[in-house]
Design a protein around this ligand. Structure first.
Ligand code: GLY
Ligand code: MN
Ligand code: MN
Length: 488
């Protein structure tokens, strides 16, 4: 039997009707009378006099810069489509970063097209699904109709909000197929658009567009910095929420922590910016522990790596390693304080003009010193660093660009990112760690199963840096005092 919450099934699959129905030629099983009823009697809900969204001026500047980089070429940037989770259910939609960055819009199936105009400029058009058609019944009979999935903006409303002319996206594949001249597109989001462009684009030229859009995002504008701060502020509240329910997590599992943080992310933002890592005890040594199904035990550490993504899709990326009991043991404190010292050295190396690698080198230097001091590695420190021996326990790079993607600007060229120079407006994480696996026989038993990471979101400013996540304590004694206050 059909679930009530599915669009109407075709007539042949329905039980025999008591009353004879006349076919209306559009949807089987719908009488002319019902179809006529559903066509009429609806109020005009068009929204008028809408103000542009907060980032409209910024997205216009971003499109202008893109236009200057690719004169005379048609540029196609899709938002993406819904992805099937199972049968007729879909994953929550998240627009492509490139599309949201250039439009401020996040509607599924949306496509931004910059069409060459004159020698240098472009005309931008955003292609969207218009309001559902009431004449043909799509709004209530199709699974993507507004009655099922919610009201969309009309094209006129979208134009007012985004500051970009809007057209019906259903006409776009045909328009693209007929378009003359060079085209570049952002791949991987919309198979319909990719099919329409098959003969017009090349992998190499599309990659140049992707690289440009990655590098363009490295320096954040004022709107973006405000959003990153909002993301971090919500994240701080999410961490506080978690501390307050640690007893409930102890009675259940790491999932209680994941769910608690997620509640904050969904209520204040769009989502979490990445799968929360809620790693209690030895799980902290698994870098991307997102199963979060383990026990939470007093006496162990909790490594919580989580970030709220704002409604405009900027994410925080913050880690704290907390003593579940509220107090670090001696060995936990020793390791924690070493990571803290390493992070302090890393943060101090974030400033305009510094090489991107400097903060990593500064952090690693401190960790190597500690490992030698503790007798886990044989000195001198310079030899350890040269051979990279500390990496058995430091495992990962010390940070990355942060923005709409948690690992932002990932397609940037090495010379523009890893080998590049820091500039005001860049935002990056500084996140050193030490991880002693539970089965690591090369360290004394007391180290085994302890993993510590401390991660903050650092904005490069004109004269140094600003720690956007300074709202969360970092030093071990400050963490303990903060936890005592929150646990009451
Ligand atoms: N949360 C992933 C990372 O810290 O890079
Ligand atoms: Mn990170
Ligand atoms: Mn992280």
């Amino acid at each position: 039997m059909a679930d009530e919450l599915t669009p109407e099934t075709p007539e042949e699959e329905q039980p025999k009707k008591k009353h004879k129905q006349r076919k209306n030629g559009l949807y089987p099983g719908v009488s002319e009378e019902l179809a006529a009823s559903m066509r009429t009697g609806w109020a005009d809900t068009e929204l008028r006099g809408l103000e542009p969204i907060a980032q409209a001026a910024h997205t216009a500047a971003r499109r202008s810069a893109l236009s200057r980089r690719f004169p005379g070429e048609r540029l196609v940037v899709p938002a993406g489509r819904l992805k099937t989770r199972s049968n007729d259910t879909e994953y929550p939609f998240r627009a492509s970063t490139e599309y949201a960055y250039l439009t401020g819009d996040q509607t599924e199936n949306g496509v931004l097209v910059l069409e060459p105009a004159g020698e240098t400029g472009h005309h931008a058009t955003v292609y969207l699904l218009p309001r559902s058609d009431r004449e043909n019944g799509e709004f209530w009979l199709s699974g993507s109709g507004e009655l099922w999935v919610g009201r969309r903006h009309s094209l006129t409303e979208a134009e007012q909000l985004l500051g970009i002319p809007a057209k019906d996206v259903r006409k776009l594949p045909e328009e693209l197929a007929e378009a003359e001249g060079p085209v570049r597109s952002v791949r991987g989001h919309d198979s319909v658009i990719e099919t329409a462009l098959t003969d017009k684009v090349t992998k190499e030229r599309d990659e140049e567009l992707r690289v440009y859009l990655s590098e363009a995002r490295a320096v954040k504008d004022a709107f973006e910095i405000g959003e990153l701060q909002k993301a971090v502020d919500s994240t701080v509240r999410g961490f506080e929420d978690v501390v307050k329910v640690l007893d409930k997590a102890e009675a259940t599992s790491e999932r209680y922590i994941e769910g608690t943080f997620f509640l904050r992310a969904r209520v204040e933002g769009n989502d979490v910016g990445y799968g929360s890592i809620c790693a209690a005890g030895p799980h902290a040594c698994t870098l991307h522990w997102v199963r979060n199904d383990g026990d939470v035990r007093s006496g162990d550490l909790l490594l919580l790596d989580a970030g709220v993504e704002t409604h405009s899709l900027y994410t925080a990326d913050v880690t704290r390693t907390l003593p579940i009991s509220g107090t670090y043991t001696d060995i936990q404190r020793k390791i924690y304080d070493a990571v803290y010292a390493s992070q302090e050295a890393g943060i101090a190396a974030v400033k305009p003009g510094a090489k991107f690698r400097d903060f990593h080198d500064a952090s690693q230097h401190v960790l190597a010193e500690k490992l030698v001091e503790w007798g886990l590695l044989e000195g001198p420190v310079e030899r350890v660093l040269e051979l990279g021996l500390q990496r058995r326990w430091t495992l990962h790079g010390t940070g990355h660009m942060l923005g709409m993607d948690v690992h932002d600007c990932a397609a940037a060229r090495t010379e523009a990112y890893v080998d590049g120079t820091l500039e005001p407006g860049m935002c990056l994480t500084v996140e050193p760690g030490l991880y002693f696996q539970a089965d690591d026989l090369t360290v004394p038993a007391e180290y085994r199963g302890i993993g510590v990471r401390i991660e903050d979101d650092i904005l490069v400013t004109e004269d140094g840096n600003r720690n956007l996540s300074a709202g969360l304590p970092r030093a071990s004694d400050e963490i303990e005092a903060w936890m005592a206050r929150l646990k009451g």
